[in-house]
Design a protein around this ligand. Structure first.
Ligand SMILES: Cc1cc2nc3c(=O)[nH]c(=O)nc-3n(C[C@H](O)[C@H](O)[C@H](O)COP(=O)(O)OP(=O)(O)OC[C@H]3O[C@@H](n4cnc5c(N)ncnc54)[C@H](O)[C@@H]3O)c2cc1C
Length: 346
């Protein structure tokens, strides 16, 4: 058995830590809970088949991630008794008109052959959109994918931490410096990786999400995740409560003050997707999404005793549990399903 030090207790560090201690290794994890942690701000959508992104290495990773989720969540919830908030109500992708809907349906449906975990995939008329999601606008038709899911980033972290501690891991809430290293050092430090300065350079995008409540007598729950027009999504946070996102600002700043401009923009969108409803503000969430070159994750050695896992961008919640499982196999010298040569591209 080996000894590891992990820096970063966001989703990917915690997931690697959990899988390492379960495999019997000695692990110490440092996390300083920076404001802007991407995991805590995340929308938690697990539906990679909807994306139009064409990179095959990325797609292999996130589809493996989505496939692993139900099994992984069941395991960790049973082991720890902590709910992760995972639900699989499907995902509804909206299209601006019937012509675009046909194209979207073909594109999404064609992915089912290699991803049976998508479940049923079918077109949804404007009227049926309204039946599936009563408060939502009926302006747009959609495509429904049954296997789409949603996770609460903060709750999943709690479960991972509980599982990590249960299997003997040491979780230390403090800043890390290299004199504390024991065994192999794994940096999973998200946007803050600039402090370590290894290649590839990690940049970050500041993303904001608006949480709100729809003031309607009819209490609605169990709605699918909505991928709206453009890069907009809507997720349910409980009866009549939703989050809408997101904004993307590439920046070097680590400020996590919500911006007035983004608030106005997202609130306007909330009103557009819930026309006629009174929108009540809950909060603005701000997260710093880490990106590496070409918007691809970087997973590999930076030097002999330093392993980096970063750049998970907009789909890190989807990818991290399976990455935890696979990285542990890789470090153990076992056969892996993912080829890590695809992600260690320096
Ligand atoms: C608004 C938003 C919406 C998103 N929506 C989705 C989605 O729907 N689906 C999806 O799959 N993904 C989504 N993502 C992406 C996902 O959240 C991220 O890819 C993922 O959380 C990145 O995880 P991480 O562990 O790399 O980084 P983080 O979660 O940012 O964690 C890094 C941790 O490292 C700690 N740290 C850094 N340096 C040190 C140090 N020196 N010492 C101690 N601790 C340190 C920090 O304090 C932090 O806790 C979203 C992200 C955002 C911001």
């Amino acid at each position: 058995m080996s000894t590891y030090t992990i820096v970063g207790g966001g989703i990917v560090g915690a997931s690697i830590g959990y899988h390492l201690v379960k495999a019997g290794h000695t692990v110490t994890l440092y996390d300083r809970a920076d404001s802007g942690q991407a995991t805590a701000a995340s929308a938690g959508i697990i539906a990679p088949w909807i994306s139009q992104k064409r990179n095959k290495d990325w797609y292999r990773l996130v589809t493996a991630g989505a496939k692993y989720y139900p099994e992984f969540v069941k395991k960790i919830e049973t082991e720890t008794g902590v709910s992760t908030g995972y639900k699989q109500e499907g995902v509804l992708s909206l299209f601006k008109d019937d012509t675009v809907l046909e194209k979207g349906f073909k594109r999404i449906h064609s992915k089912k052959e290699n991803a049976p975990e998508m479940g049923e995939v079918y077109k949804v008329s404007r009227e049926d959109v309204k039946k599936m999601h009563p408060h939502l606008t009926d302006l747009y038709p959609g495509v429904y994918v049954e296997g789409g899911g949603q996770i609460e980033g903060a709750s999943l972290l709690k479960a991972l931490k509980a599982g990590f501690l249960h299997h003997g891991g040491r979780w230390i809430n403090e800043d890390f410096n290299s004199s504390k290293t024991e065994g192999l050092l794994i940096y999973a430090s998200g946007a803050w990786a600039v402090e370590q300065g290894y290649a590839p350079k990690i940049r970050h995008q500041r993303s904001e999400v608006f949480h709100f409540e729809v003031d309607e007598a009819e209490k609605v729950t169990d709605t699918p995740v909505v991928m709206a027009l453009g890069p907009i999504y809507l997720v349910e946070l409980g009866a009549n409560k939703y989050a809408i996102g997101t904004t993307h600002t590439e920046t070097e700043s680590f400020s996590t003050e919500p911006s007035r401009e983004n608030y106005d923009y997202l609130r306007g969108l909330a009103q557009r997707y819930f026309p006629g409803s009174n929108i009540r503000d809950i909060s603005m969430m701000v997260g710093l999404k880490p990106f590496a070159r070409d918007y691809m994750p970087y997973i590999g050695y930076a030097e002999e005793n330093v392993f980096i896992v970063n750049g998970l961008g907009s789909t890190g919640l989807t990818a991290s549990p399976v990455l935890g499982r696979e990285i542990v196999k890789f470090l153990n010298g076992e056969e892996t399903e993912l080829d890590f040569g695809d992600y260690s591209y320096i």
